[in-house]
Write a protein that binds this ligand. Structure first.
Ligand SMILES: NC(=[NH2+])NCCC[C@H](N)C(=O)O
Length: 407
């Protein structure tokens, strides 16, 4: 399988998602902060919203496009005994405080479905009496890894609540046949460092953006940069962003809509200066060049002008409200074809002012579910309902891990 991503916007061909399951119903008000949710969410509605989002993807993707459910990939992968053995060993080692060594033999005996249930929900009837917390954030597959060119950068999460997801992803990368082609290009950073996929934006086959955030440490960023530069990327732009919950990853304040258009949260992007450093190789050493702003840095390295569209429009209150509900976190299905939460009405109005035709999920699905969608050069912003999903603090980009895009 050809795994390759050279931009944020190239036509989507393959994407990994996770439709929320019972694990989200195991989040209670006492646990929600620890589990990185801002509220408890209603499973059935969240699932329905997510399935609608997938229908949009399928309607917009080419005929041979694939939306891969991560659970299916695990079940396929866990058929292999060595994949299960690797996974259990990593769990026992990296979650040492859970005392999983006491049930290691039982874990190795579980059927693939039971093992998956144990890991995602924190318990399975097959091992009665042993429980851990669930992993409700698996919904945000974006943060598990990043495909950059034909390399696979594995996340090393900053938050313990997301550690199990990273171990699952590493197992897929090492054992699932889909990843055979990138297996020699796996990038893994050191144990003391952190990086999460939401901070990594593939601007082009030469330029990558990495946020230095609540979740991505300076050393994690530097290690990933070193390896990306070795694997053919020419410039990594390190973007310093506020280290806070509301903007835990760069993609919560900045995403691409088209070759030359991005949605930005002004207070943390356009109103910041001197927060970008360009890292490149020269004579075998990494050199850094301080850039006045993200816009100037991107325009300099891409050699084209960019338009920054304001999340929430011109009003301060709306900018903050809509950033909080992921207005700046759109996902591109093709150049100029984006999806985002419908509730961010001011952001959509702003997109419309910039020439985007607005469609809601039903209009888009109705029009293109049966007939092939040809993105051409049109610009469409597709709105979908995500009132439950949004309580997990992530939008369309967070819920997707593209592994193949057209160039
Ligand atoms: N790429 C993203 N912005 N992901 C959002 C992740 C949200 C998740 N609840 C967390 O805090 O980890």
């Amino acid at each position: 399988m050809n795994i390759s991503v050279n931009s944020e916007i190239g036509r989507l061909k393959r994407v990994i998602v996770h439709t929320p399951g019972h694990e989200v119903s195991l989040v209670n008000p006492e646990l929600k902060d620890q589990l990185l949710f801002d509220d408890i969410i209603f499973e059935e509605d969240a699932r329905r919203e997510h399935l609608d989002m997938i229908r949009i993807f399928k309607a917009a993707m080419p005929g041979d496009g694939e939306v891969l459910e991560i659970n299916d990939l695990f079940l396929e992968c866990f058929q292999q005994e060595d994949a299960r053995a690797f996974f259990v060993e990593e769990l026992v080692k990296r979650l040492s405080e859970e005392n999983l060594h006491t049930i290691e033999e039982e874990l190795l005996q579980l059927q693939p479905g039971e093992l998956l249930q144990f890991v995602i929900e924190g318990a399975t009837p097959a091992i009665g009496g042993f429980t851990m917390l669930p992993t409700p954030n698996l919904l945000f597959t974006r943060d598990l890894a990043a495909v950059v060119g034909d390399s696979l950068l594995l996340s090393r999460p900053a938050k313990k609540a997301r550690l199990r997801e990273a171990i699952l992803m590493e197992t897929l990368a090492r054992y699932h046949p889909h990843f055979a082609g990138v297996r020699d290009n796996i990038i893994k950073i050191g144990e003391q460092e952190s990086i999460e996929g939401g901070d990594v934006l593939v601007v082009s086959d030469r330029v990558v953006l990495i946020g230095m955030s609540e979740r991505t440490s300076f050393s994690g960023l530097m290690k990933a940069t070193e390896k990306l530069l070795e694997n053919g990327i020419e410039h990594v732009l390190a973007v310093d962003i506020p280290k806070q919950r509301s903007s835990m990853h760069l993609d919560t304040i900045f995403t691409f809509c088209d070759d030359d258009e991005c949605i930005v949260f002004p207070p943390a992007i356009t109103e910041r200066r001197d927060n970008v450093v360009a890292l490149s190789y020269a004579d075998g050493n990494i050199i850094n060049q301080s850039m006045p702003s993200l816009k100037e840095a991107l325009e300099h390295f891409l050699q084209r002008e960019l338009t920054f569209i304001s999340c929430g429009g011109a009003e301060r209150t709306n900018q903050f409200r809509e950033q909080w509900t992921d207005g700046a976190n759109v996902f591109a299905l093709a150049p100029g074809i984006i999806v985002g939460y419908e509730r961010n009405t001011n952001t959509f109005r702003e997109l419309n002012r910039h020439g985007y035709r607005l469609m809601n999920q039903h209009e888009f699905i109705e029009e293109f579910e049966e007939k092939e969608f040809d993105p051409g050069s049109q610009k469409i912003a597709i709105k979908f309902i995500g009132h439950e999903l949004c309580r997990g603090r992530g939008g369309a980009r967070c819920m997707t891990l593209p592994i193949t895009r057209a160039n």
